[in-house]
Design a protein around this ligand. Structure first.
Ligand code: HEC
Length: 269
């Protein structure tokens, strides 16, 4: 990090960000600053009175390691050598949108990547913390919030509701009756010949039970393998509508798979 006058960073914030890339599309999915500004920056007299968003500035010159689980990213605010830059916070981020779901200040900077393991049937997260002077330590945190070495927190630990399943998320993709009707029309006209009238499959594979709306829309527009690209044949609005129709209306159970047509009502739930 290049420092400028008075020891302040010379570059514009944010000084650090956690960035998620969509590897299928080559796009940034979300990005979030890693913590707020250090106290040195926050309290610097030269910055007094400027309308700066210190809470979303990100710590600077940090090298955190992270651990990924199915739904979460655990990452500290530092990773730097003891006594250097970064803060003591350890956080859990939601992989889907980068939201901070949990954070807790560690007794010192988190140096090195946290680990996670299960011993017998109970899950732990283990960051390493260190500071100048005392020896480095490993701290085992239990995910159920109970501790063998101290009283549980007075207010108890708030348990997050389980994340929405992909199927439930797909079933609640917002779609209007007009869009579904248009999607059903396009499906009957263009897709049914290869994928079957109810999406059960034919020349092309079955399209029932899909939950990946964006991916379905991309395949319709750009094609895939032996499936022709249809971006020239369909307006963007039609691609959007037929993709929503596939995700919302073509379900695995035959009793719930409606036949395509302009008079299609929106499915319940
Ligand atoms: C000419 C035949 C044909 C037409 C028309 C066609 N498809 Fe396909 N589609 C295929 C084939 C074949 C595949 C398998 C492609 C591959 O991966 O090689 C496929 C794959 C797909 C996939 C990906 C399936 C998977 O599991 O990867 C989706 C989604 C899809 N089609 C949707 C549609 C929709 C919606 C339409 C109408 C707008 C449509 N297709 C029109 C033949 C067709």
């Amino acid at each position: 990090m290049v420092t400028g006058p008075q020891g302040l960073p010379i570059l514009k914030p944010p000084y650090s960000e956690l960035v998620a890339l969509d590897m299928n599309r080559g796009e940034h999915l979300w990005r979030i600053p890693v913590g707020g500004a250090s106290d040195f920056i926050r309290n610097h007299p030269a910055l007094k009175g400027l309308k700066l968003d210190f809470d979303r500035m990100g710590q600077y010159d940090i090298r955190p390691g992270l651990v990924l689980t199915k739904e979460l990213i655990f990452m500290g605010e530092s990773g730097s050598l003891p006594g250097q830059t970064g803060g003591p916070m350890l956080r859990a981020y939601d992989k889907r949108d980068g939201a901070v779901l949990w954070q807790e200040a560690m007794p010192a900077l988190v140096t090195g990547a946290p680990r996670t393991y299960i011993h017998p049937g109970r899950q732990y997260g283990v960051p390493t913390v260190s500071q100048n002077g005392p020896p480095a330590e490993m701290i085992a945190l239990s995910l159920d919030g109970t501790s063998e070495s101290g009283a549980p927190p007075a207010a108890g630990v708030a348990v997050q509701a389980a994340p929405v399943t992909k199927t439930a998320a797909a079933a609640s993709v917002p779609v209007s009756a007009e869009e579904l009707a248009l999607g059903g029309q396009v499906f009957g006209r263009l897709c049914a010949a290869c994928h079957g009238a109810t999406g059960q499959g034919g020349v092309g594979p079955s399209l029932t039970g899909r939950t990946d709306l964006a991916n379905v829309a991309l395949i319709i527009a750009e094609g895939q393998g032996q499936m022709p690209p249809l971006s020239a044949a369909l307006a963007p609005k039609e691609i959007d509508a037929v993709a929503k129709y596939v995700v919302r209306s073509l379900r695995a159970s035959p009793s719930r798979a409606p036949s395509p047509g302009p008079a299609m009502p929106p499915p319940e739930g």
